[in-house]
Design a binder for this molecule. Sequence first.
Ligand SMILES: [Zn+2]
Length: 113
Amino acid sequence: MHELTLAESVLEIVGAAARRAGASRVTGVRLAIGALAHVESDTLQYCCEVASRDTIAADARFSIERPPGRAWCAACAAEVGLERWGMPCPQCQGFDLSITDGDQMRVLDIDIA
Ligand SMILES: [Zn+2]
């Protein structure tokens, strides 16, 4: 399961950051998963909770933001916002789109104690 692999790398990043900061535990983790990434927020959140068991982040609350994606529309010759995969250009309804942003995953910040 793809989300579990992602959750494990999130926990690695969080664990390393917490150790660098000298934290005894992590209480919150905020993630940004681009709207065009093939990731289910609910599944990822669940996997993070599972993967964090017996780690420094066992009590952490995971919240996930979905920043909108962006794509270059060849017909409009402009960059447009895309809420999710498979949507046409919001300006011309065309599908001649190249994704430019929105499939990234980032740990935005962590709360430590
Ligand atoms: Zn367009």
